[in-house]
Design a protein around this ligand. Structure first.
Ligand code: SF4
Length: 288
């Protein structure tokens, strides 16, 4: 997309976790294109503001449609697209600042609706694009450019939040797990309803957490990422809550409920009950 928009120059820093997310998303879109024999234009990517949102412009290969819009408003935009064109596969790419900061208020209503979109959230616990301010997922006490004496708020647990709000598909991974993430994104796209793939995507410039995530045996650092056991039942809400509360970074699908109707299905059902009314009578009913 950069080539097609030479007036813009979107770049990521070397080693940024978002490169891995981009690769996973590209391969998931390609898989969908081949498996469903649908053109790449059947996919729409709605981007938030931040380094993560720039993913839209850095996608390589066949290009889906894209909408890079308003800070924190990926979900309302995605809802508009999905309601207007339910045949499209609507994806969101956003970061922790955009989605969980200014955009937080939109998650609960879309979870209640079970809007049929898939969101890929790149969490680096910092506002990278604006030079490293603290974000909702920054740890308590973290020194950043906006919290020189340490962040005074607790860190948010996004997985717990998604579950408590009723998001019907919740997965968690990290950016170096490209293959697993690609499969997860495919599952999220195929899931009927609101799906979130939450990715730990380190910011190598302002908050490099690779070592924490993967561990470093030589330095005696244990990894904080851990595989969700094979016997985890993602349809069990209590088991999902336990995984979300366990600390560290769980890797895998935490929760899924494929039985809930989507918002579009509910609206379509309502539409069948609605009685068509004569347009002339409707206009006349408002005449003075
Ligand atoms: Fe990635 Fe951080 Fe650079 Fe942004 S500032 S591109 S998040 S490494």
């Amino acid at each position: 997309m950069t080539n097609k928009n030479p007036e813009y120059d979107f770049k990521w820093c070397p080693g940024c976790g978002d490169f891995g997310v981009r690769r996973a998303l590209e391969s998931a879109i390609e898989r969908r294109r081949i498996e469903l024999e649908l053109p790449v234009e059947n996919n729409v990517v709605v981007a938030g503001i931040g380094c993560s949102g720039n993913l839209l412009h850095l996608l390589e290969g066949p290009q889906p449609f894209g909408f890079h819009g308003i800070h924190g408003r990926t979900l309302p935009v995605a809802m508009g697209i999905k309601m207007g064109r339910p045949d499209l596969n609507v994806l969101i790419v956003a970061g922790d600042g955009d989605f969980l900061g200014i955009g937080l208020e939109h998650i609960a209503p879309q979870a209640a609706r079970n809007l049929d979109v898939a969101a890929i959230i790149m969490d680096n616990a910092v506002y990278g694009l604006t030079k490293g301010q603290s974000s909702p997922t920054s740890e308590l006490g973290m020194i950043t450019s906006s919290t020189p004496y340490g962040k005074p708020e607790d860190s948010m647990n996004p997985l717990r939040l998604y579950l408590s709000m009723g998001v019907s598909f919740v997965a968690s991974t990290m950016s170096s797990k490209v293959k697993d993430m690609s499969r997860m994104i495919t599952d999220a796209m195929n899931h009927p309803g609101f799906a979130i793939v939450h990715v730990q995507s380190p910011c190598t410039t302002y908050h490099d957490t690779y070592e924490q995530l993967k561990g470093n045996l030589k330095k005696g650092i244990e990894p904080i990422a851990w595989d969700i056991p094979d016997d985890h039942d993602p349809t069990d809400a209590d088991a999902a809550q336990t995984a979300a509360d366990a600390g560290g970074v769980p890797l895998g699908v935490i929760y899924r409920d494929d039985q809930r109707p989507t918002f579009h299905q509910r609206v379509a059902e309502m539409g069948q009950k609605a009685k068509p009314r004569d347009i002339e009578k409707l206009i006349g009913s408002h005449a003075v």
